[in-house]
Design a protein around this ligand. Structure first.
Ligand SMILES: O=C[C@H](O)[C@H](O)COP(=O)(O)O
Ligand SMILES: C=C(OP(=O)(O)O)C(=O)O
Ligand SMILES: [Mn+2]
Length: 455
């Protein structure tokens, strides 16, 4: 029987690239599962389950990213560092959607460009780690690798990799995405109802946001008086999902052959990115990603050389397709000035059009005196400012931003108008991995970015 969208589970394993061919290459950051038969059983079940997204949505996102690369849109990508199964709850999901929508209003209104919204959500469950073990209250334990792999709880049993977590991840991603789809289709994002868009502590915390909402409302009223606003366009919005393609057996199982397109898609998310620690040219992650039809993100940090980057583009995007690649620079405020220009010039010299985005989080991590991972608002801002400047100086443009953030009132990053200091961090430090901007910090950041977009 034909499957919907012509999906086909049987893969042609004789082709040089197939969803399984990554297994011939060295794979970094993969857990060692103690029981291969349990793993096989889980993967077999995952291969039968329905896709989370459909190819048409993936293609639509690729088109929007192509427009962002051409300077006509702006990409806002953000969400948790490590999404946890317990975050699959209505408040947490709506909170993340709300903050991304609030930011996109600030960016569209101030930056005068439509925003492409992509969540690190509904599948951002796997984490690469710098070390295999971590010290927790004096005890050395295997590192937490995300809910997809092991549990955060600080015991040796919890930290053992468990393949059944892949099925749990699938169902948690499905429930999260279902709720996101219901909210976005059901008028949650309708600008006619800004009361749904309030900040947790009221818009008083970011006065500029109240003014923007009032201005947006006024413009809508004016357009409506002219009979011109398409209600549909305001009530329904696009919202896409993404995660790091890290745990390759899981990603492989969510890969489907789409007959109409004559191509393989990963239908576990609209777009995937490859991390700084796993983008070796001859590594398994690049091998896996190169065969997919999805748009791809590539984190580009201090270890990237111009030659490596150009070779990666050749490998991942031989067809030079618009919207295919988003390069996400993540150097830190102290290094970007020196590190980005040679890479940018190499990409230009290779005649490549990519979408450049900036992740101002991963190069700005510091440890607080109390031993908590944190990032300072001003360092994040400083990296973004320099990214905008460098792109302008070199005749390029920054077309997107990538954040670790949450709608909740957490205290994980210092600074911002709330003036969170290192001693405040312990009050609501809830992240499973890296520190996130809270709702207020995120929105403040969006207004500052909108200013930078205007130049
Ligand atoms: O999210 C990114 C990485 O997983 C994280 O920065 C690694 O953190 P670690 O250095 O504590 O392992
Ligand atoms: C691991 C991450 O980033 P990077 O690969 O850039 O360190 C991340 O985005 O959570
Ligand atoms: Mn992170």
């Amino acid at each position: 029987m034909a499957k919907p969208w012509g999906l086909q589970a049987e893969w042609d394993m004789t082709k040089p690239w197939n969803p399984h061919s990554w297994q011939r290459f060295p794979a970094e950051q993969q857990p060692a599962y103690p029981e291969p038969t349990a793993l096989e059983g889980v993967l077999a079940r995952l291969r039968q389950l329905p896709p989370l997204v459909v190819p048409e949505e993936v293609d639509r996102l690729r088109g929007l990213l192509a427009e962002a690369a051409a300077g006509r849109r702006f990409l806002l990508q953000g969400g948790d560092c490590a999404e946890q199964f317990k975050d699959c709850a209505p408040e947490a999901i709506a909170g993340k959607l709300r903050v991304l929508l609030q930011m996109s209003v600030a960016l569209t209104h101030g930056g005068r460009r439509p925003v492409v919204r992509v969540g690190r959500i509904a599948g951002q469950f796997a984490k690469p780690r710098s070390k295999a073990t971590e010290l927790i209250r004096g005890r050395e334990l295997p590192s937490y690798r995300g809910d997809l792999v092991n549990a955060l709880e600080a015991t040796p049993e919890a930290r053992r990799p468990d393949p059944s977590r892949m099925l749990e991840a699938y169902f948690h991603a499905a429930a999260t995405l279902n709720h996101l789809r219901a909210l976005t289709a059901g008028g949650f994002a309708d600008l006619h109802h800004p009361e749904r868009w309030e900040l947790p502590g009221g818009t008083g915390e970011v006065p500029e946001y109240r003014r923007t909402l009032d201005q947006v409302k006024e413009s809508l009223d004016f357009l409506e008086a002219l009979g011109g606003v398409q209600r549909d366009a305001l009530e329904r919005i696009d919202f896409f999902t993404s995660h790091e393609a890290l745990l390759l057996p899981f990603e492989e199982a969510l890969t489907r052959w789409v007959v109409e397109a004559g191509a393989y898609y990963n239908l576990g998310a609209h777009t995937l990115w490859v991390g700084e620690r796993t983008r070796q040219l001859d590594g398994a992650h690049i091998e896996y990603l190169r065969g997919l039809r999805n748009p791809l993100g590539v984190k580009v940090g201090p270890s990237a050389t111009p030659e490596h980057l150009v070779a990666l583009l050749d490998r991942l995007d031989p067809g030079r397709e618009a919207g295919r690649i988003t390069l996400i620079s993540r150097f830190g405020a102290r290094r970007i000035r020196e590190a980005l220009p040679p890479l940018l010039k190499a990409v230009q010299a290779a005649g490549r059009t990519v979408l450049w985005s900036c992740d101002p989080m991963h190069g700005n991590g510091v440890e607080s005196a109390q031993g908590l991972k944190t990032r300072d608002f001003d360092a994040i801002l400083a990296e973004l400012r320099q990214a905008f400047e460098i792109h302008r100086e070199l005749g390029s443009h920054l077309g997107g931003v990538h954040f670790e953030l949450t709608g909740e009132a957490v205290t994980e990053c210092t600074g911002g108008t709330q003036r969170l200091s290192e001693v405040d961090l312990a009050k609501a430090y809830e992240t499973g991995c890296d520190p996130r901007l809270n709702g207020v910090q995120s929105l403040e950041m969006a207004f500052l970015i909108a200013e930078m977009m205007r130049g």
